[in-house]
Ligand binder design. Structure first.
Ligand code: C2E
Ligand code: MG
Ligand code: MG
Ligand code: MG
Length: 289
Protein backbone atom coordinates (compact mmCIF):
# COMPACT_ATOMS: atom_id res chain seq x y z
CA UNK A 1 0.00 0.00 0.00
CA UNK A 2 2.68 2.48 1.06
CA UNK A 3 4.86 1.21 -1.77
CA UNK A 4 2.33 2.03 -4.46
CA UNK A 5 2.28 5.65 -3.29
CA UNK A 6 5.89 6.30 -4.26
CA UNK A 7 9.29 6.23 -2.64
CA UNK A 8 8.85 9.29 -0.41
CA UNK A 9 5.72 7.93 1.17
CA UNK A 10 7.41 4.56 1.63
CA UNK A 11 10.13 6.06 3.84
CA UNK A 12 7.72 8.11 5.92
CA UNK A 13 5.60 5.04 6.48
CA UNK A 14 8.54 3.09 7.91
CA UNK A 15 9.70 5.93 10.12
CA UNK A 16 6.23 6.12 11.58
CA UNK A 17 6.23 2.38 12.15
CA UNK A 18 9.56 2.57 14.02
CA UNK A 19 8.31 5.42 16.14
CA UNK A 20 5.16 3.52 16.92
CA UNK A 21 7.07 0.35 17.81
CA UNK A 22 9.45 2.15 20.21
CA UNK A 23 6.49 3.85 21.82
CA UNK A 24 4.77 0.50 22.15
CA UNK A 25 7.80 -1.04 23.89
CA UNK A 26 7.86 1.74 26.49
CA UNK A 27 4.14 1.33 26.97
CA UNK A 28 4.41 -2.46 27.28
CA UNK A 29 6.99 -2.18 30.05
CA UNK A 30 4.70 0.03 32.12
CA UNK A 31 1.61 -2.01 31.33
CA UNK A 32 3.09 -4.96 33.17
CA UNK A 33 2.67 -3.10 36.46
CA UNK A 34 -0.65 -1.48 35.60
CA UNK A 35 -2.74 -4.60 36.17
CA UNK A 36 -1.52 -5.04 39.73
CA UNK A 37 -1.85 -1.42 40.72
CA UNK A 38 -5.42 -0.52 39.76
CA UNK A 39 -4.44 1.71 36.85
CA UNK A 40 -6.90 0.00 34.52
CA UNK A 41 -10.63 0.35 34.46
CA UNK A 42 -13.51 -0.29 32.11
CA UNK A 43 -15.96 2.15 30.58
CA UNK A 44 -19.24 0.97 29.09
CA UNK A 45 -20.71 2.43 25.92
CA UNK A 46 -24.46 1.95 25.42
CA UNK A 47 -25.64 -0.04 22.39
CA UNK A 48 -29.11 1.32 21.77
CA UNK A 49 -32.35 0.62 19.94
CA UNK A 50 -33.14 3.00 17.10
CA UNK A 51 -34.57 5.48 16.68
CA UNK A 52 -35.33 6.31 20.30
CA UNK A 53 -32.00 5.32 21.84
CA UNK A 54 -33.31 2.97 24.53
CA UNK A 55 -30.54 0.97 26.21
CA UNK A 56 -30.12 -2.47 24.69
CA UNK A 57 -26.60 -3.48 25.71
CA UNK A 58 -23.19 -2.08 26.51
CA UNK A 59 -19.67 -2.58 25.17
CA UNK A 60 -16.85 -2.74 27.71
CA UNK A 61 -13.91 -0.54 26.68
CA UNK A 62 -10.67 -0.63 28.65
CA UNK A 63 -8.96 2.54 29.89
CA UNK A 64 -5.50 3.01 31.38
CA UNK A 65 -4.60 5.93 33.59
CA UNK A 66 -0.81 6.00 33.69
CA UNK A 67 0.56 7.50 36.95
CA UNK A 68 2.86 9.88 35.02
CA UNK A 69 1.58 10.05 31.45
CA UNK A 70 -2.11 10.24 32.29
CA UNK A 71 -4.79 8.55 30.18
CA UNK A 72 -3.52 6.23 27.44
CA UNK A 73 -6.01 5.01 24.83
CA UNK A 74 -6.48 1.35 23.90
CA UNK A 75 -5.41 2.04 20.32
CA UNK A 76 -1.90 2.54 21.71
CA UNK A 77 -1.62 -0.06 24.44
CA UNK A 78 -3.74 -2.95 23.13
CA UNK A 79 -1.36 -3.52 20.17
CA UNK A 80 1.57 -3.41 22.62
CA UNK A 81 -0.21 -5.87 24.90
CA UNK A 82 -0.87 -8.19 21.94
CA UNK A 83 2.73 -8.07 20.80
CA UNK A 84 4.09 -8.94 24.25
CA UNK A 85 1.43 -11.49 25.16
CA UNK A 86 0.30 -9.30 28.07
CA UNK A 87 -3.12 -9.24 26.42
CA UNK A 88 -3.72 -12.73 27.85
CA UNK A 89 -3.74 -11.76 31.57
CA UNK A 90 -5.09 -8.30 30.70
CA UNK A 91 -7.91 -9.80 28.65
CA UNK A 92 -8.72 -12.29 31.41
CA UNK A 93 -9.08 -9.41 33.86
CA UNK A 94 -11.28 -7.42 31.43
CA UNK A 95 -13.55 -10.41 30.82
CA UNK A 96 -14.05 -11.16 34.51
CA UNK A 97 -14.53 -7.50 35.44
CA UNK A 98 -17.17 -7.01 32.71
CA UNK A 99 -19.03 -10.19 33.73
CA UNK A 100 -19.04 -9.14 37.41
CA UNK A 101 -20.38 -5.73 36.41
CA UNK A 102 -23.07 -7.35 34.26
CA UNK A 103 -24.21 -9.45 37.23
CA UNK A 104 -24.21 -6.37 39.43
CA UNK A 105 -26.45 -4.45 36.97
CA UNK A 106 -28.87 -7.37 36.86
CA UNK A 107 -29.12 -7.19 40.65
CA UNK A 108 -29.52 -3.41 40.88
CA UNK A 109 -31.37 -2.56 37.63
CA UNK A 110 -33.54 -5.65 37.20
CA UNK A 111 -35.36 -5.71 33.86
CA UNK A 112 -33.73 -2.40 32.87
CA UNK A 113 -30.23 -3.94 33.04
CA UNK A 114 -28.26 -4.17 29.77
CA UNK A 115 -29.43 -7.29 27.95
CA UNK A 116 -25.96 -7.91 26.62
CA UNK A 117 -22.47 -6.96 27.72
CA UNK A 118 -19.89 -7.01 24.92
CA UNK A 119 -16.22 -7.72 25.55
CA UNK A 120 -13.55 -7.23 22.88
CA UNK A 121 -11.33 -10.25 22.40
CA UNK A 122 -8.14 -9.92 20.39
CA UNK A 123 -6.60 -12.43 17.98
CA UNK A 124 -3.88 -13.33 20.47
CA UNK A 125 -6.45 -14.30 23.13
CA UNK A 126 -8.44 -16.39 20.69
CA UNK A 127 -5.28 -18.26 19.70
CA UNK A 128 -4.53 -19.14 23.33
CA UNK A 129 -5.35 -22.79 23.98
CA UNK A 130 -8.13 -23.12 26.52
CA UNK A 131 -9.63 -19.69 25.97
CA UNK A 132 -13.15 -21.12 25.65
CA UNK A 133 -12.64 -23.02 28.93
CA UNK A 134 -11.60 -19.78 30.56
CA UNK A 135 -14.78 -18.08 29.33
CA UNK A 136 -16.82 -20.97 30.75
CA UNK A 137 -14.98 -20.70 34.09
CA UNK A 138 -15.59 -16.93 34.32
CA UNK A 139 -19.30 -17.44 33.63
CA UNK A 140 -19.45 -20.03 36.41
CA UNK A 141 -17.49 -17.88 38.88
CA UNK A 142 -19.57 -14.78 38.25
CA UNK A 143 -22.94 -16.49 37.72
CA UNK A 144 -23.62 -14.54 34.52
CA UNK A 145 -26.00 -16.33 32.14
CA UNK A 146 -23.95 -17.16 29.01
CA UNK A 147 -26.35 -15.46 26.59
CA UNK A 148 -25.86 -12.10 28.32
CA UNK A 149 -22.19 -12.10 27.29
CA UNK A 150 -21.15 -11.09 23.79
CA UNK A 151 -17.62 -11.66 22.55
CA UNK A 152 -16.53 -9.13 19.90
CA UNK A 153 -13.89 -10.25 17.45
CA UNK A 154 -12.61 -8.83 14.18
CA UNK A 155 -12.55 -10.65 10.88
CA UNK A 156 -8.77 -10.54 10.98
CA UNK A 157 -8.71 -12.31 14.36
CA UNK A 158 -10.70 -15.26 13.04
CA UNK A 159 -8.57 -15.53 9.92
CA UNK A 160 -5.47 -15.45 12.04
CA UNK A 161 -5.60 -19.17 11.38
CA UNK A 162 -4.71 -21.93 13.80
CA UNK A 163 -7.43 -22.83 16.24
CA UNK A 164 -9.14 -19.41 16.38
CA UNK A 165 -12.25 -20.61 14.58
CA UNK A 166 -12.51 -23.80 16.70
CA UNK A 167 -12.13 -21.73 19.87
CA UNK A 168 -14.87 -19.42 18.66
CA UNK A 169 -17.19 -22.35 17.97
CA UNK A 170 -16.59 -23.65 21.50
CA UNK A 171 -17.46 -20.23 22.92
CA UNK A 172 -20.63 -20.09 20.82
CA UNK A 173 -21.54 -23.59 22.06
CA UNK A 174 -21.58 -22.20 25.62
CA UNK A 175 -24.45 -19.94 24.55
CA UNK A 176 -22.27 -16.82 24.43
CA UNK A 177 -23.09 -14.43 21.56
CA UNK A 178 -20.49 -13.66 18.92
CA UNK A 179 -20.20 -10.21 17.30
CA UNK A 180 -18.10 -9.48 14.23
CA UNK A 181 -16.51 -6.11 15.04
CA UNK A 182 -15.52 -3.37 12.57
CA UNK A 183 -17.17 -5.42 9.86
CA UNK A 184 -16.20 -4.58 6.31
CA UNK A 185 -12.66 -3.41 7.02
CA UNK A 186 -10.90 -6.80 7.13
CA UNK A 187 -10.50 -9.59 4.61
CA UNK A 188 -12.92 -12.21 3.29
CA UNK A 189 -15.85 -10.66 5.08
CA UNK A 190 -18.54 -12.59 3.26
CA UNK A 191 -16.84 -16.00 3.42
CA UNK A 192 -16.46 -15.51 7.15
CA UNK A 193 -20.22 -15.21 7.55
CA UNK A 194 -20.60 -18.75 6.26
CA UNK A 195 -17.99 -20.39 8.52
CA UNK A 196 -18.11 -18.32 11.66
CA UNK A 197 -20.86 -18.73 14.29
CA UNK A 198 -21.83 -15.05 14.37
CA UNK A 199 -24.92 -13.51 16.00
CA UNK A 200 -24.18 -9.82 15.59
CA UNK A 201 -22.62 -7.82 12.78
CA UNK A 202 -21.14 -4.47 13.74
CA UNK A 203 -20.98 -2.27 10.65
CA UNK A 204 -17.73 -0.31 10.81
CA UNK A 205 -17.78 3.40 11.58
CA UNK A 206 -15.99 4.22 8.31
CA UNK A 207 -19.16 3.30 6.37
CA UNK A 208 -21.44 5.00 8.87
CA UNK A 209 -19.37 8.22 8.63
CA UNK A 210 -20.40 8.67 4.99
CA UNK A 211 -23.85 7.06 5.05
CA UNK A 212 -25.63 10.37 4.47
CA UNK A 213 -23.65 11.05 1.28
CA UNK A 214 -25.81 8.69 -0.75
CA UNK A 215 -22.78 7.14 -2.47
CA UNK A 216 -21.06 3.80 -2.14
CA UNK A 217 -20.88 3.81 1.69
CA UNK A 218 -24.68 4.10 1.79
CA UNK A 219 -24.98 1.20 -0.67
CA UNK A 220 -22.66 -0.93 1.48
CA UNK A 221 -24.51 -0.05 4.69
CA UNK A 222 -27.81 -1.02 3.04
CA UNK A 223 -26.37 -4.26 1.65
CA UNK A 224 -24.95 -5.26 5.03
CA UNK A 225 -28.39 -4.90 6.56
CA UNK A 226 -29.91 -7.10 3.84
CA UNK A 227 -27.24 -9.73 4.49
CA UNK A 228 -27.72 -9.48 8.27
CA UNK A 229 -31.49 -9.84 8.00
CA UNK A 230 -31.19 -12.78 5.62
CA UNK A 231 -28.71 -14.56 7.88
CA UNK A 232 -30.58 -13.69 11.08
CA UNK A 233 -27.77 -11.54 12.41
CA UNK A 234 -28.39 -8.46 14.53
CA UNK A 235 -26.88 -5.52 12.66
CA UNK A 236 -25.41 -2.75 14.81
CA UNK A 237 -24.24 0.52 13.24
CA UNK A 238 -21.00 1.68 14.92
CA UNK A 239 -19.82 5.22 15.50
CA UNK A 240 -23.08 7.11 14.89
CA UNK A 241 -22.22 10.73 15.64
CA UNK A 242 -25.02 12.83 14.18
CA UNK A 243 -28.81 12.98 14.06
CA UNK A 244 -28.58 12.90 10.26
CA UNK A 245 -26.68 9.60 10.32
CA UNK A 246 -29.11 8.15 12.84
CA UNK A 247 -32.09 9.20 10.72
CA UNK A 248 -30.59 7.73 7.55
CA UNK A 249 -29.69 4.44 9.27
CA UNK A 250 -33.19 4.23 10.68
CA UNK A 251 -34.64 4.95 7.23
CA UNK A 252 -32.53 2.11 5.82
CA UNK A 253 -34.03 -0.20 8.45
CA UNK A 254 -31.31 -0.35 11.12
CA UNK A 255 -32.63 -1.08 14.60
CA UNK A 256 -29.44 -0.96 16.69
CA UNK A 257 -26.66 1.58 16.93
CA UNK A 258 -23.74 2.72 19.02
CA UNK A 259 -22.00 6.07 18.93
CA UNK A 260 -21.39 9.46 20.46
CA UNK A 261 -24.76 10.72 19.15
CA UNK A 262 -26.43 8.39 21.67
CA UNK A 263 -23.79 8.07 24.37
CA UNK A 264 -20.05 8.16 24.98
CA UNK A 265 -18.37 5.32 26.86
CA UNK A 266 -19.53 5.81 30.48
CA UNK A 267 -18.35 4.75 33.94
CA UNK A 268 -20.26 1.68 35.17
CA UNK A 269 -22.12 3.82 37.71
CA UNK A 270 -23.67 5.98 34.99
CA UNK A 271 -25.33 3.17 33.05
CA UNK A 272 -28.34 3.02 35.37
CA UNK A 273 -28.99 6.75 34.89
CA UNK A 274 -28.58 6.63 31.10
CA UNK A 275 -31.69 8.02 29.47
CA UNK A 276 -32.53 7.67 25.78
CA UNK A 277 -31.10 10.59 23.86
CA UNK A 278 -32.02 9.50 20.35
CA UNK A 279 -34.39 10.70 17.69
CA UNK A 280 -38.04 11.21 18.44
CA UNK A 281 -39.81 9.05 15.91
CA UNK A 282 -42.32 10.88 13.74
CA UNK A 283 -45.80 9.58 14.61
CA UNK A 284 -47.70 7.78 11.89
CA UNK A 285 -47.29 4.71 9.73
CA UNK A 286 -43.84 3.18 9.78
CA UNK A 287 -42.84 4.73 13.09
CA UNK A 288 -41.08 2.27 15.36
CA UNK A 289 -42.33 2.27 18.91
P1 C2E B 1 -13.92 -1.08 18.91
O1 C2E B 1 -14.13 -2.38 19.61
O2 C2E B 1 -14.41 -0.96 17.51
O3 C2E B 1 -14.61 -0.02 19.88
C1 C2E B 1 -15.26 1.12 19.44
C2 C2E B 1 -14.38 2.33 19.55
O4 C2E B 1 -15.01 3.41 18.89
C3 C2E B 1 -14.16 2.79 20.99
O5 C2E B 1 -12.89 3.43 21.05
C4 C2E B 1 -15.25 3.83 21.16
O6 C2E B 1 -15.00 4.75 22.18
C5 C2E B 1 -15.20 4.48 19.80
N1 C2E B 1 -16.44 5.15 19.44
C6 C2E B 1 -17.71 4.77 19.75
N2 C2E B 1 -18.61 5.62 19.23
C7 C2E B 1 -17.89 6.56 18.56
C8 C2E B 1 -18.26 7.73 17.80
O7 C2E B 1 -19.44 8.06 17.63
N3 C2E B 1 -17.24 8.46 17.25
C9 C2E B 1 -15.94 8.11 17.43
N4 C2E B 1 -15.00 8.89 16.86
N5 C2E B 1 -15.55 7.02 18.13
C10 C2E B 1 -16.53 6.25 18.68
P2 C2E B 1 -11.82 3.01 22.15
O8 C2E B 1 -12.48 2.80 23.46
O9 C2E B 1 -10.72 4.00 22.03
O10 C2E B 1 -11.34 1.59 21.64
C11 C2E B 1 -10.64 1.47 20.44
C12 C2E B 1 -10.39 0.03 20.09
O11 C2E B 1 -9.53 -0.57 21.08
C13 C2E B 1 -11.65 -0.84 20.14
O12 C2E B 1 -12.36 -0.69 18.95
C14 C2E B 1 -11.06 -2.21 20.33
O13 C2E B 1 -10.59 -2.71 19.10
C15 C2E B 1 -9.88 -1.92 21.25
N6 C2E B 1 -10.27 -2.19 22.63
C16 C2E B 1 -10.90 -1.37 23.51
N7 C2E B 1 -11.13 -1.99 24.67
C17 C2E B 1 -10.62 -3.26 24.53
C18 C2E B 1 -10.56 -4.40 25.39
O14 C2E B 1 -11.05 -4.40 26.51
N8 C2E B 1 -9.95 -5.53 24.88
C19 C2E B 1 -9.43 -5.57 23.62
N9 C2E B 1 -8.87 -6.70 23.19
N10 C2E B 1 -9.50 -4.52 22.78
C20 C2E B 1 -10.08 -3.37 23.23
MG1 MG C 1 -15.65 -3.62 19.80
MG1 MG D 1 -16.02 -1.78 16.72
MG1 MG E 1 -14.50 0.28 15.14
Amino acid sequence: EAKSQGKGRHVVYHERMDHRTAEQSRVAADLRGALDTDQLHLLYQPIVAMPGGELFGVEALVRWTHPVRGPIGPNLFIPAAERTGLIVPLGAWILEEACRQAVSWRQTMGAAAPRTVSVNVSARQLREAGFAEEVAAVLLRTGLPPDVLTVEITETAVFDGGTALDELKSIAALGVKIALDDFGTGHSSLGLLRTCPADILKVDKSFVDDVTGGGEPAVIVAALLTISDGMRLRAVAEGVETAEQAAELHRLGYRYAQGYFYARPLPAGEIDTYRPAGLTPAPGPGALV
